[in-house]
Design a protein around this ligand. Structure first.
Ligand SMILES: Nc1ncnc2c1ncn2[C@@H]1O[C@H](COP(=O)(O)OP(=O)(O)OP(=O)(O)O)[C@@H](O)[C@H]1O
Ligand SMILES: [Mg+2]
Length: 264
């Protein structure tokens, strides 16, 4: 069997007395889109915070193309090929869209302030490459007409698109999107879906955390379901939709029984 592009083994994270993620294991094959779903507080964000290095895991190992990412800092993980967006969109309002992308590039690069201070030829060359990549990605997400406008003018949905573009600056192999369409109108949902499909067709592997189950079921080849930090299902969307444990997690046991009794 081929090595999965991303492999997570036995990931656990505790906050005080609470087990937020409990021995979570899953794999993501190269070129696929995998969904990570589950009720509020089931541990989705915590899992990806650990995998991307923004939280320290208590146990577990994770690998990108067989190379361990366990315990590395976020910029090292980004450099290794895994980046992410955040559930709460972050942008520097006073900076232009292009500048926002260049900052993202610098953050994932981890080159540090000393190198930037020297402004060596190498640094200037890196900046030029980042700007070129930024312009290309703004085109991909359909925001190139705003390249030099401050991020403050963006709508909420456009901020989500900017965040996706920012996550792509480091040429990642895997991008993890935390709630890419939460709170976004249906037209923008469709737009974001198209962007994700385009990135995937260009060879990017994606993990999508979302509450919009239809969105996940349409896009993903596989769906992993969490409940109270534990994986309760892992499989193709068709099977996940009718899995009794998944229905119970979302609808409560009584709701799931009624749903099944209706013949779905
Ligand atoms: N920094 C923290 N300190 C303490 N507890 C936390 C912290 N972050 C998350 N938790 C707790 O860990 C559990 C999992 O939270 P997490 O944010 O991972 O869930 P989620 O599945 O992403 O939920 P949502 O769908 O609402 O975004 C929750 O009970 C939450 O209260
Ligand atoms: Mg979350």
């Amino acid at each position: 069997m081929s090595t999965p592009l991303l492999e997570v083994r036995g990931l656990s994270k505790h906050y005080f007395g609470l087990t937020a993620v409990d021995a979570l294991s899953f794999q993501v094959e190269a070129g696929t889109i995998v969904g990570l779903i589950g009720p509020n507080g089931s541990g989705k964000s915590t899992s990806i915070d650990c995998i991307s290095g923004f939280q320290k895991a208590d146990a577990g190992e994770w690998f990108l193309d067989g190379r361990s990412l366990t315990g590395l800092a976020p910029h090292r993980i980004a450099r290794a090929g895994l980046t992410r967006t955040f559930q709460t969109v972050r942008a520097y309002d006073e900076l232009s869209l292009l500048e926002n992308l260049c900052v993202a590039s610098q953050e994932s690069d981890g080159a540090g302030w000393l190198a930037s201070l020297r402004r060596s030829a190498e640094v200037r060359d890196k900046e030029a490459r980042a700007a070129a990549r930024g312009r290309l990605l703004l085109e991909t997400v359909g925001l190139s007409h705003y390249a030099d406008a401050p991020a403050a003018i963006l709508s909420y949905g456009q901020r989500k698109l900017l965040a996706i573009a920012a996550s792509m600056m480091a040429h990642p192999r895997v991008v993890v999107l935390d709630e890419p369409v939460a709170g976004v109108n249906p037209t923008m949902v469709r737009r974001i879906e198209q962007v994700i499909q385009q990135l995937n067709s260009e060879g990017v592997t994606l993990v999508i955390v979302e509450h919009n189950v239809d969105f996940v079921m349409n896009l993903c080849q596989r769906v992993v379901v969490l409940e109270s930090g534990q994986k309760i299902a892992d499989g193709p969307p068709g099977l996940i939709r009718s899995d009794p444990r998944v229905l119970a997690a979302y609808l409560g046991q009584a709701g799931a029984t009624a749903y099944e009794a209706q013949g779905r």
